[in-house]
Write a new protein. Structure first.
Length: 160
C-alpha cells in the first residue's frame, strides 16, 4: 500500500448497509477496510446512491492521511501529510449539492497520535487501517453550494 502522499489504486472493500428509510430520509452504515481510501470511497458512494444532502460521522483509524488547512491570505489549501498510524478521534462532514448538481463532500477530522496529541483539519485523503465506521444520514431537503467571490470556494447558501 502506498502512503496518502502517493496514489493507491487497489479495489475498495467498503461495505454498506441501509439501516433506515422513511419520508425521503435514509441512514447508512459504511464500513471501510484496511487500505481503503476514505474520500474516494465516500465520493463514489454518494454518487452511486444519488446523495445530495447528508451529515456523516465516523470513528476508526488510519495508516496515513493528508489534512488540509485553508490559507486565508493565499485562498488555497495547504497540505499537511500525516505519515504515521493515527486514531480517528472525530470525523464529521456534510454533503450538499454543488453548483454542477453533484453531491459535494466536506469533511473535517481530528486525529489522535500515539502520544495523545491531536491534529485536525479538512480531510484531503486517508488510508484506513484497520477500519473506519461511518454513519451517513441523508436528508430529503437539499442544501446547495454557490461560489463565494471572496474565497473562491463553493460554500453552502441556504437561499439557493
Amino acid at each position: 500500500m502506498k502512503s496518502a502522499i502517493g496514489s493507491n489504486k487497489r479495489e475498495s472493500k467498503m461495505q454498506h448497509k441501509l439501516l433506515h428509510q422513511a419520508n425521503g430520509q435514509r441512514t447508512y452504515a459504511l464500513i471501510l477496510d484496511a487500505g481503503d481510501e476514505v474520500m474516494d470511497c465516500l465520493r463514489r458512494f454518494i454518487n452511486d446512491e444519488g446523495v445530495r444532502a447528508a451529515q456523516l460521522t465516523a470513528i476508526g483509524a488510519f495508516s496515513d492521511a493528508v489534512l488540509m488547512y485553508f490559507d486565508w491570505d493565499k485562498k488555497d489549501y495547504l497540505r499537511i501529510p500525516v505519515t504515521e498510524q493515527v486514531e480517528v478521534a472525530s470525523m464529521i462532514g456534510d454533503v450538499a449539492e454543488s453548483p454542477s448538481g453533484q453531491g459535494s463532500l466536506h469533511v473535517h477530522i481530528v486525529l489522535g497520535r500515539r502520544d495523545g496529541t491531536a491534529m485536525a483539519g479538512h480531510l484531503g485523503e486517508a488510508h484506513v487501517r484497520p477500519t473506519l465506521e461511518i454513519i451517513l444520514n441523508e436528508s430529503p431537503a437539499h442544501l446547495r453550494k454557490k461560489k463565494d467571490p471572496e474565497t473562491g470556494l463553493a460554500l453552502i447558501d441556504p437561499e439557493v
